[in-house]
Ligand binder design. Structure first.
Ligand SMILES: Cc1ncc(COP(=O)(O)O)c(C=O)c1O
Length: 396
């Protein structure tokens, strides 16, 4: 029998988690940089509000699949404050079960079987999965793998070229800036070009903004919705998972034009009853306190980023310090016995009990790259750097 799911490759991060668990079952302590699964404690206000909200029996009933009013209001106030973007909480916002579910159902709602979706590559494997589940065709646009050489103008020109030379014409452009895995970022000018192009060609633009709040120093990642009239063509996905260390809560948002958001709401109306209401109520307080919570969180990630980057660079890896996201994207040192990061990661896990994500899981061209999520404390980062450095010595 044919099953839709059998057409998809095993989920990369699931495979890595399994390998990590196997090493843990053997009794080893694994230092795990393989997934952006935040290790920081949840904000105290989040837990307090959650407990209070759980005490009300009415909060245990079905909620609303588009999210409660107060939560949709809270995110519109956040977008106004952070990005100067005005959104109507009733028609231009839908609460989602994280950015992941929101994006998958939006694609399903906005496409038909066989539609073409353009996506820069490497990409988050979940995005390829969402395209496959919607039975669309993925058109990958190769990005420069070296973050320092990433050029948004070149990416825009490549997208236009591919669009002009493809038939049937693509329907959706799918982005994730700040980018997973390469950590590349784009400017508001890039979004302006994309929005004008999408308007002219009647394309839909989706941006997974899961790392939008996680920017270092003076850098501020622009929301695509900052472009006037972007709402006509764009939906952006915001998440509280990474920024507020609440990945398990599954709270995210789809934000964009009412016509597009209405289609997501319609499909969600058939599929879910919304997030457990106490989580939605508590998420309101978290979003209201975004700036205070983020200040602390960003200090932690920045300091981990700097220690890990310094350690990797002195071990021979090539990398650029990212301006945003919770990752390092690094090229394996020259002169080691294999430049296949899948092999490298497998042996590193077995020999030193350190887990990284191989670049080939995001794009086969990235086989000499690894992605590291900043999800371990600084003392464990120091231990890991020592082990990785000695492993590199053994690989030469
Ligand atoms: C680009 C990107 N989008 C979405 C997610 C998942 O976000 P959420 O927890 O909001 O579903 C991740 C998690 O790693 C991610 O890297």
């Amino acid at each position: 029998m044919d099953y839709r799911i059998d057409q998809m490759p095993p989920y990369l991060l699931g495979t890595i988690s399994e390998a990590v668990n196997n090493v843990r079952k053997q009794g080893h302590d694994v230092i795990d940089f393989s997934q952006a699964n935040c290790d920081l404690p949840p904000p105290a206000i989040a837990v307090d509000k959650l407990i209070q909200a759980c005490l009300h029996p009415a909060n245990h009933r079905y909620s609303s699949s588009q999210g409660i009013n107060k939560l949709r209001n809270a995110i519109t106030l956040r977008y106004k404050k952070r990005f100067s973007v005005e959104l109507d909480p009733d028609s231009e916002v839908c609460v989602t079960l994280g950015a992941k579910e929101g994006l998958a159902h939006t694609l399903l709602a906005l496409t038909k079987c066989g539609d073409q979706v353009v996506i820069p590559s490497p990409c988050y494997p979940v995005h390829s999965g969402a395209i496959a589940i919607a039975e669309c065709h993925q058109i990958s646009i190769p990005m420069n793998l070296d973050q320092a050489s990433f050029d948004e103008h070149q990416l825009f020109n490549d997208i236009v070229n591919v669009y002009c030379n493809t038939w049937p014409k693509p329907k959706v452009l799918l982005f994730s800036f700040p980018h997973n895995p390469t950590t590349a970022v784009v400017s508001l000018n890039f979004w302006k070009d994309i929005v004008s192009f999408a308007q002219a060609e009647k394309l839909i633009v989706l941006n997974d903004f899961a790392y939008g709040e996680l920017c270092y120093s003076e850098f501020k990642a622009p929301s695509i919705l900052e472009v006037p009239s972007a709402k006509e063509v764009a939906v952006e996905f915001y998440s509280i998972s990474k920024a507020f260390a609440l990945g398990g809560w599954r709270v995210g948002f789809a934000l964009g034009g009412s016509g597009l958001i209405a289609k997501l709401k319609k499909i969600k109306g058939y599929i879910d009853f919304g997030i457990f209401q106490p989580l939605q109520i508590a998420a309101v307080s978290v979003i209201e306190k975004s700036d205070e919570i983020l200040e602390e969180t960003l200090n932690v990630y920045q300091s981990r980023r700097d220690s890990l980057a310094a350690g990797l660079i002195s071990a021979g890896f090539q990398l650029t310090i990212p301006q945003a996201s919770v990752f390092l994207w690094a090229k394996l040192p020259d002169g080691i016995s294999s430049d296949d990061s899948e092999v490298f990661c497998r042996y590193l896990l077995q020999a030193k009990h350190i887990a990284l994500c191989p670049g080939s899981g995001f794009d086969l061209r990235a086989r000499s790259y690894v992605r590291l999520a900043l999800m371990e404390s600084e003392s464990r980062v120091r231990t890991a750097v020592k082990s990785i450095t000695s492993f590199i010595g053994e690989c030469k």
